[in-house]
Write a protein that binds this ligand. Structure first.
Ligand SMILES: [Fe+2]
Length: 314
């Protein structure tokens, strides 16, 4: 692991490190715990690190970096038709240095070129879909270029199959495996994304995950997916509009899973335990960020599962 400049990273004592999104709810929770009798330093109380992204801004990340070990998750798109510009590479390198992250990660990329994360959630004509070879070629070229430039390892994250053109091809387990193989990058396995993609592509979820290179999993992301019928009606309508544009390729209905960043349910904890029996991740990031009490209880249950105590490991 690379040393950070301001706050030192805890040593993993054979177990994965545990982290959560660096939201206001999380910092408030940690500050609360710091004042509790018997609580250690806040960074040891509930999590080992905070997960941050460039969308939070330089000031917020700089301030958090003075208090906590940070793990940086990027929001750039790697499937663009052109190589990454010098400006993009320098900007990302700047985020890595500011955060002091020991490794970083990016979404694997989309089946259409040059979309942002937000644009990827808007329906686009099927004519925009890159062929498998071109999508894979773009992603491999851009990810390799970025990995070579960064002073820390770059992981690629599997995406959830949101039902539109941008998400065709790239959620297939073979596509993810081929991208990792060709880039030499390791895997950030998002279990919620895997559940969603497996559900819509018609794989049993353990079968889907088993098709990925599990020996290359370095980080896990966790949150609770939900069936479409359980989420906010306005968002349901947007997703169904998208699904209509790819109806000839994917069957999608009220029961289909969506990436909802809900709280973890028993089925999610069971999938985590199954995955931990087959992988050796360096870190587990909980991506739930809403209610502080629910956040705390999930982190405590996760700590129990991975055998984490609240005293410093080293
Ligand atoms: Fe994720």
């Amino acid at each position: 692991m690379h040393a950070r400049a301001t706050t030192s990273w805890p040593c993993p004592d054979g177990r994965p490190l545990l982290g959560a999104n660096g939201t206001e709810a999380m910092t408030a929770l940690l500050a609360q715990d710091d004042g509790r009798p018997g609580a250690g330093h806040q960074a040891q109380a509930l999590v080992d690190y905070m997960k941050v992204g460039p969308f939070m801004g330089r000031e917020a990340i700089g301030a958090l970096a003075r208090e906590y070990p940070l793990l940086l998750h990027l929001d750039d798109t790697l499937s663009g038709d052109a190589p990454l510009s010098e400006e993009t590479l320098a900007r990302i390198e700047g985020w890595v240095r500011l955060s002091g992250t020991p490794w970083t990660s990016a979404h694997i990329g989309f089946a259409v070129a040059d979309v942002t994360l937000d644009q990827a959630l808007i329906s686009q004509p099927l004519s925009q879909v890159l062929g498998r070879e071109r999508a894979l070629g773009n992603i491999v070229r851009n990810a390799t270029q970025l990995a070579r430039r960064l002073p820390v390892p770059l992981l690629l994250e599997n995406l959830p199959l949101f039902p539109n053109a941008a998400h065709l091809l790239i959620c297939e387990p073979d596509f993810v495996s081929d991208a990792l193989e060709a880039t030499g990058c390791d895997l950030l396995l998002d279990l919620a994304h895997a559940q969603v993609s497996a559900d819509i592509l018609g794989y049993e979820v353990h079968d889907y995950i088993s098709r990925l290179p599990l020996n290359r999993v370095r980080e896990l992301h966790l949150s609770g997916p939900r069936p479409l019928g359980e989420i906010d009606p306005q968002r349901q309508a947007i997703i169904l509009d998208n699904a209509r544009t790819v109806a000839e390729h994917l069957s999608f209905d009220e029961e289909s899973l969506v990436d909802a960043h809900g709280s973890l349910r028993d089925v999610d904890y069971a999938l985590l335990e199954w995955t931990l029996a087959r992988t050796r991740p360096w870190a587990i990031s909980l991506e739930y960020f809403r209610d502080p009490d629910a956040l705390r209880s999930q982190l405590l249950r996760l700590a129990h599962i991975i055998g984490r105590s609240t005293t410093p490991a080293c």
